[in-house]
Design a protein around this ligand. Structure first.
Ligand code: GLC
Length: 451
């Protein structure tokens, strides 16, 4: 939502609440602003505009949340419940985000650099808090969220929201890469990347499956996650763990990792993998065309929907693989936090926190896990019988999270990521050899981390 749109929305809400606008005019205006008709109707109800004429008795505080991409529909449902049940006259308008986290990052940066408050609640990818904190773009939540409550949540995501000793967002959900496999084709999932390649190739050779392995190879943030999982699996690293100004990407481990990925293209993975984001790989997977898929936990519930999936009940999940001299794989940590725009008006900040607190609550956290296989941040969800019965992946996930590793944590992560995306993609599309790509990447990254 742009600043002018938000201004126009707030104007029609004020007029509606004051009884100066007809219901129909309100709806027409809201639709013209790009809101869906259900969002417009729910705003109308919050203004007390239920009758056919004008509204006027509502005292709603309208808060806008721009979320990360949600295909499950659960965010809108949870927002609807909040709007219907909260006693504080708060109305949250949810806007779904683009599929690419980088695009969402640009939307927020444009807004925040111009000190706009078009959006009050910001869904923040786990790679952003350091940057947002450095710029003081969100409201610190330390005084709002009691320490005693925080201890009930996974500490990794809370750490991820903390910068300079302050909490800049609250962790709504975490994420970790998983290896999905077809239980009707594979009895024992592989441990190493080499085994995966062998099993996938054999299944293809005997005509049991069209593609061996689908994953995310487009030039965007998802590729960084996929690459780092293979890199970490070989024991490699981007930055020296003891010295974040020292880049270690031009290593034998990184060579093995990148060479392995390049070797998948056009053998066990389709050549169009280099254009795939999460939903593209899931789409082939759901059609029953792939033996293995790399994806996040949310893909579990989406691929288990009988209306759209041909593989319901034929899906297992396994932890990320390893290879070379290494003996353990590491998933990359993802996840989304809710931050409050530092330029929002004080009463909106309070209303936004009330909504965020509701999203952190037991009921919502459990619903996220149970109904959408989203990796909640409230610890108790991982041992909840109902969640485990509905989504057995939570048994694996608890363990996977123990050894998951972050992407490099630095305020200039965005630049770092752009360079990794570019050089890894050049290797995947055979514009450069893995060794060349890594040598250039080493110097790209060294310039970024020392600047
Ligand atoms: C998921 C993760 C996020 C990551 C993105 C990459 O949404 O939660 O952390 O950046 O995927 O596509």
């Amino acid at each position: 939502m742009r600043a002018e749109q938000r201004q126009a929305l707030d104007n029609i809400l004020v007029q509606m609440r004051a009884g100066r606008m007809k219901r129909r005019t309100f709806l027409e205006n809201a639709l013209a602003l790009g809101l869906t008709s259900s969002v417009a109707q729910s705003l109308l109800a919050a203004c007390g505009g239920g009758s056919n004429s004008s509204g006027g008795n509502g005292a709603a505080i309208n808060v806008v949340w721009q979320g990360e991409h949600d295909l499950t529909g659960i965010y809108q449902q949870l927002v609807n419940t909040f709007n219907q049940t909260n006693k504080d006259g708060i109305h949250v308008t949810f806007i779904n985000g683009p599929t690419d986290t980088g695009q969402l990052h640009s939307v927020f940066l444009d807004m925040l650099r111009s000190q706009s408050n078009a959006i009050d609640i910001i869904s923040m990818d786990i790679i952003w808090p350091a940057e947002f904190a450095l710029n003081q773009w969100t409201v610190p939540l330390d005084a709002k969220w009691p320490v005693s409550e925080r201890s009930q949540y996974l500490q990794g995501p809370i750490q991820g929201c903390t910068f300079g000793g302050k909490l800049w967002a609250a962790p709504l959900r975490t994420d970790a890469g998983l290896l999905y496999y077809r239980t009707d084709l594979i009895s024992q999932p592989p441990q190493t990347w080499s085994e995966l390649r062998r099993i996938a190739g054999q299944l293809q050779a005997k005509g049991a499956i069209k593609y061996g392995y689908v994953w995310q190879g487009a030039q965007y943030e998802g590729l960084v996650c996929d690459f780092l999982e293979v890199l970490y699996g070989y024991g490699g690293t981007v930055l020296d763990p003891g010295n974040p100004r020292k880049v270690m990407i031009n290593s034998p481990e990184a060579q093995e990792a990148l060479t392995t990925m390049v070797g998948w293209i056009n053998t066990i993975s389709p050549d169009i993998t280099v254009t795939f984001k999460e939903d593209d790989s899931r789409s082939l997977w759901q059609q029953g065309e792939a033996a293995f898929m790399r994806n996040w936990p949310i893909a579990y519930s989406l691929s288990n929907r009988p209306q759209t999936s041909k593989i319901v009940g034929k899906m297992g999940v396994h932890r990320t693989l390893f290879d070379g001299k290494n003996t353990i794989g590491h998933a990359v940590i993802g996840g989304w936090q809710l931050g409050i725009n530092a330029f929002s008006l004080p009463h909106k900040v309070d209303a936004a926190w009330k909504f965020i607190h509701y999203m952190l609550g037991q009921e919502v956290q459990k619903a996220l896990a149970r109904d959408a296989s989203i990796a909640a941040t409230l610890k108790s969800v991982y041992t909840d019988h109902e969640v485990l019965a509905k989504n057995p992946l939570f048994k694996v996930l608890g363990e996977v999270l123990q050894t998951a590793l972050p992407r490099p944590v630095t305020p200039n992560y965005a630049d770092l990521s752009t360079a990794i995306q570019l050089r890894v993609h050049q290797a995947l599309t055979k514009q450069s050899k893995p060794a060349e790509a890594l040598a250039v990447l080493q110097s790209d990254l060294q310039t970024i981390v020392t600047s």
